[in-house]
Write a protein that binds this ligand. Sequence first.
Ligand SMILES: *[C@@H]1O[C@H](CO)[C@@H](O)[C@H](O)[C@H]1NC(C)=O
Ligand SMILES: *[C@@H]1O[C@H](CO)[C@@H](O)[C@H](O)[C@H]1NC(C)=O
Ligand SMILES: *[C@@H]1O[C@H](CO)[C@@H](O)[C@H](O)[C@H]1NC(C)=O
Ligand SMILES: *[C@@H]1O[C@H](CO)[C@@H](O)[C@H](O)[C@H]1NC(C)=O
Length: 189
Amino acid sequence: MSPSSFLFLSLTIFLCYFNQFVDANNLIQQTCKNCSKSDPNISYKFCTKSLQSDHRSQCAKNLEELGLITIKITRHNVTNTCDHIKGLLKKKNKDPFIKECLDDCLQVYSDSITTFRESIRDYKAKRYEDCNVKLSSVIDASTTCEDGFKQNNNVTSPLTKRNNHIFQLSAIALSIVNMLNVDKFKGTF
Ligand SMILES: *[C@@H]1O[C@H](CO)[C@@H](O)[C@H](O)[C@H]1NC(C)=O
Ligand SMILES: *[C@@H]1O[C@H](CO)[C@@H](O)[C@H](O)[C@H]1NC(C)=O
Ligand SMILES: *[C@@H]1O[C@H](CO)[C@@H](O)[C@H](O)[C@H]1NC(C)=O
Ligand SMILES: *[C@@H]1O[C@H](CO)[C@@H](O)[C@H](O)[C@H]1NC(C)=O
């Protein structure tokens, strides 16, 4: 960790610590427990580890804030994976099949980045059903990318770990959106 990010993290923790209304770790644990219960694809351990590792979620006051942060963590993961794929595509002597798969992955993940912009807009406007559809398409992008490599038994996907991260992170975000949608209707009736 660089000195400046350490300072920033310390400051974040300091500010959260003295705000007695923020109990972010409890919120993260509660949320992850509920997410992993409602979706067997979500691991409780992965969920808490991912959300606690981001300093922004340490200040989340409620589920709505935590959900937005989760979408942003997922977007960051996808953006980083696009850059990683571009790096792989620049390497020479690639197998043509692998190149084709990487091109397809880059295509679906680049589309996902656009989708995130729209999903955040939906989220902020509490259009949770629309947001659900968009986050589901990000989950699909991760399985589409991974499945491409499976069409040839002789190759192993160089993106398995990243695809799994994106699959789980977007499933967590989707799960939170669905909880908020339920709460919204509870409030109406
Ligand atoms: C988790 O689920 C329990 C039981 O349904 C509920 O009382 C609680 O508010 C939920 N917590 C979060 C953070 O959604
Ligand atoms: C879990 O993942 C599988 C594989 O992508 C999917 O078919 C299934 O619908 C997921 N389950 C839930 C509850 O989302
Ligand atoms: C993506 O998310 C996973 C799980 O939180 C994390 O381990 C990984 O470091 C993230 N990768 C990037 C590039 O952000
Ligand atoms: C996989 O490798 C085997 C042996 O090298 C070869 O006979 C086969 O055609 C390859 N399969 C594909 C789909 O490339």
